[in-house]
Ligand binder design. Sequence first.
Ligand code: PHE
Length: 356
Amino acid sequence: MENELRQLASESEKQLIGLKDLAALEVLKIEVLGRKGKLAEIMKGIATLSVDEKKVIGQVANEVKAAIETGFAAAESRLAGAAEESKNAAEWLDVSLPGVKPGVGHLHLTTQAIEDITNIFAHLGFVRSRHPEVDWDYYAFEAVNMPKDHPARDDWETFFIAGADGEQMTGKKGKIVLTPHTSNGQVREMEKGVLPIRMVSIGKCYRRQASARHLPMFHQFEGLVVDKKSSVTELKGVCDYFAKSYFGPDRVTRLRPYHFRFTEPSFELDISCGVCGGVGKIDGVKCKLCKEGWLELGGAGMVHPNVIKAGGLDPDEYSGFAFGWGVERTMMMRAGINIDDIRLLYRDDLRFIRQF
Ligand code: PHE
């Protein structure tokens, strides 16, 4: 038995030398010193010995156990040191190396334009508000003086929403549409009942169209003023202020008579061309951009009394003006941004987007 014990000591000493890592050490430890390990196995025999033999073997067993444990402790500290070293080597960091610059993005062109537009109108006291981009046709058409089946509705190539059964979805205020213009916000804003109104509502619009100049999804900004007294002169002043702030101090606007169902009188707003300075000619040759000195920005007018009424207000007491322009079109007209295909804006091509 003494031999067995001494053999176990020298055997485990040899095994310890060959160990590669702490995990292997742990396995060996259980194998040798564990409750059901080799040492415990040998010690089972001690019960069969005489009292004298027990004394001798007991002492030997204690010596052997202590020697084996010392061996394990030494191996453990050797392996732990090695582990630490290789970890340090792997994680070594040269703090004096130049860093890797992270890529810095920027806001999308359209988002930049929306921020610029919001800020300009904020100077005039217009508050940005939001209205649904999926709405009942009541707000998109009827409330803005376009009764059911009125042919003027055809000008807005509207997307109607079908339910799961393929049938047109209808809610408590009519058919459900993707808003074809932001003018649905006019009556919705009046319904809030907070007066006077100076709103700029910027949102997505949807029309059944797709070409180099038209997108099925685009953005509009809708200005609405409703107060006890408002005039065309004020509308013109707001348009001029916007044009000068956004396009540059030398730009001017003109109101050209037009027709919208929701405004009376109605106008199209033109802005003087930035290339020819509003003259329409450069050195006697027709300006290639505008051909006649003016570029069309969008619609405007004095809010129709029927719209004021639909908003729950008395048209004898309240009046207002409104305008609605495309964000993408306005942005593309700004000097320095010449995009010949509006669809480029939403193709997510970084080579294009990074230019701005
Ligand atoms: N909603 C009109 C359009 O989409 C623009 C407009 C807004 C015109 C407000 C007049 C007043 O064309």
